[in-house]
Each structure stands twice: as structure tokens, then as C-alpha cells.
Design a binder for this molecule. Structure first.
Ligand code: DGL
Length: 287
């Protein structure tokens, strides 16, 4: 049975969910985290619901049986869309927090009432996304773009075997292709002034996207709101770990990262993006 000192489980199809882990560590500095990158099976966005549901269920079992997690964060929009209902039904008593494209905050923020959304094909074709869009469309026009290949290219950017320059060129080309297909960006009437990053991988291409859409456009992601929601749920159930003066240092040692793919890629991402030591990343076999 989990206790307040048990870790929080976090998973994604790959390294994209590290953007959510980063926010979780900031909002919950005294907690321990177990992160699973299912990079051996990424990208989820082009796999279909049945596959993503099966992987999500298997990973949740692993998180519970191997790490006795006290809460689970699905740091993947695609897996949330396909699997969160089933995971909640099958794991009553375990708080499960998902991520969804931030349409509501973006609609509230937009002054042109025109919001761009980029996400995977799996997310944009899901029922959850359709409902989210319908609920927020009263005063806002959403321009939705599925970005095939972009999560994969970002995933590959952490693999030492692929030259960094070749990879950066590919990420830039994909971002340019998709943003130009969406129309004009800017703060004038009729232009898209807010861009929702509806895939956790895309946070790691934010600089490239920013250079393409211009400085007047606001980029919106969901890491911090999800971290705050996790805090609230743990607080409400008395499951927050007791904070102490060593909490920050303890948490630094208390991130365990696992991957079903290339461990050197996860180590690279952990060092580069989160400032974690490479030694915190290991391989996991989750068949
Ligand atoms: N990072 C995931 C998301 O937020 C999915 C990327 C993928 O595997 O296609 O949707």
C-alpha cells in the first residue's frame, strides 16, 4: 500500500513527458518520482487507441507492482485521450492525473479569438479532444494541426547516433511546414495570437516554434497546471510527503528514470533538459 513517502509515477511515450516532470519537480520539490519513457514503442500518436491503451495499462501495472506509486501522472496527451478512463476504472483508489491540450486557458488568453493547436493525430482525432474543443468554441476559433513525425524527430534529437545538425534541420522543417499550414500568426485581427502545445514533446521545440510564429504569439503548455493539480490531489488525501530542509536535495536524488528504448538517449535528455545526473536513468523491460 502506498504511503506519503511513496513515489509519484509519471509516464509518456518517450522523453516528452520530461517537460511535465520538470514542472512537477518545481511544484513538489520534496517528492520522489519514477519516470517511464516508453521510447521503445514511441511515437504513440500514430499507433491507434488499442495499442496505446494496452501499453498504458501495462505501464500502470509496472508502476504499481515495482514502485508502489501513490499517484500516476500520464504525461502524454495521446495516452490521456486514449486511456485515462480505462486506467481510472481499473485502478480505483489511485489518483490518476492526465494532460490535455490547454484549450480553455488559451481561449481565455487570446485577444484575436483565434487559437492554434498542434498535437498528435491520436489526440486530435479523439473523442476527448472533440468534446474539449466544443466546450471552448463559443467565442474562439481553433485552428487544429496534427503534426505527424514531429514527436519522433524530437525523440530522435536525444539519440547520440543521429547528428544534432541533421536532427535540428528536420525539426525546423516540420515545425515550419505545420505552422505555415495553419495560417497567419500575430496580434492583428484574424491572426492566431496563441498556440497550444498539445503534445508534451513539443515543449522541447518551443524555441524553434517561437522563431517561426514570432514574438507576439503566446505559447501555452500544460506542465505547471498538471503539477498543481497533482499537488492538490495529494494534499486533499493527506498523501504529500513531509517537506523538510533537505527536501530539495532529497528530490534531486529521488528521480528514477527508466526507458524501454535507448538508455543513452534518456540520459542525454535528463542531463540536458533537467540537469539530472545521467546515473538516474536505467533500462526497463515492460513486455
Ligand atoms: N508526448 C506525447 C503527447 O503528449 C505523444 C508523442 C507521441 O508519442 O506521439 O501526446
Amino acid at each position: 500500500m502506498p504511503t506519503p513517502t511513496s513515489p509519484i509515477g509519471v509516464f509518456d511515450s518517450g522523453i516528452g513527458g520530461l517537460s511535465v516532470l520538470q514542472a512537477l519537480r518545481e511544484v513538489l520539490p520534496g517528492e520522489r518520482f519514477v519516470y517511464l519513457a516508453d521510447s521503445g514503442n514511441a511515437p504513440y500518436g500514430e499507433r491507434g487507441d488499442a495499442f496505446v491503451q494496452a501499453r498504458s495499462a501495462r505501464i500502470t501495472d509496472w508502476m504499481r507492482s515495482q514502485h508502489d506509486v501513490k499517484a500516476l501522472v500520464i504525461a502524454c496527451n495521446t495516452a490521456t485521450a486514449a486511456a485515462i478512463d480505462g486506467l481510472r476504472d481499473g485502478n480505483t483508489g489511485l489518483p490518476i492525473i492526465g494532460v490535455e491540450p490547454a484549450l480553455k486557458p488559451a481561449a481565455l488568453h487570446s485577444k484575436t479569438h483565434k487559437v492554434g493547436v498542434i498535437a498528435t493525430q491520436g489526440t486530435v482525432s479523439s473523442h476527448r479532444f472533440a468534446a474539449l474543443q466544443a466546450a471552448n468554441s463559443a467565442h474562439t476559433q481553433f485552428v487544429v494541426q496534427a503534426c505527424a513525425g514531429l514527436a519522433r524527430a524530437i525523440e530522435d534529437s536525444t539519440r547520440p547516433s543521429i547528428p544534432a545538425s541533421q536532427n535540428a534541420t528536420q525539426i525546423t522543417a516540420l515545425c515550419a511546414q505545420y505552422t505555415s499550414a495553419m495560417g497567419r500568426f500575430g496580434s492583428e485581427p484574424g491572426q492566431i495570437d496563441t498556440l497550444v502545445l498539445g503534445c508534451t514533446h513539443y515543449v522541447f521545440a518551443a524555441d524553434t516554434l517561437r522563431s517561426l510564429v514570432g514574438p507576439e504569439v503566446t505559447l501555452v503548455d500544460t506542465g505547471t497546471p498538471v503539477a498543481r493539480r497533482t499537488y492538490s490531489l495529494l494534499h486533499a488525501t493527506g498523501m504529500l510527503r513531509k517537506q523538510d530542509v533537505e527536501a530539495g536535495a532529497a528530490a534531486l536524488e529521488a528521480c528514477q528514470l527508466f526507458t524501454t528504448g535507448d538508455v543513452s538517449a534518456l540520459r542525454h535528455a535528463a542531463e540536458q533538459w533537467l540537469g539530472l545526473p545521467a546515473t538516474c536513468a536505467s533500462s526497463a523491460i515492460i513486455a
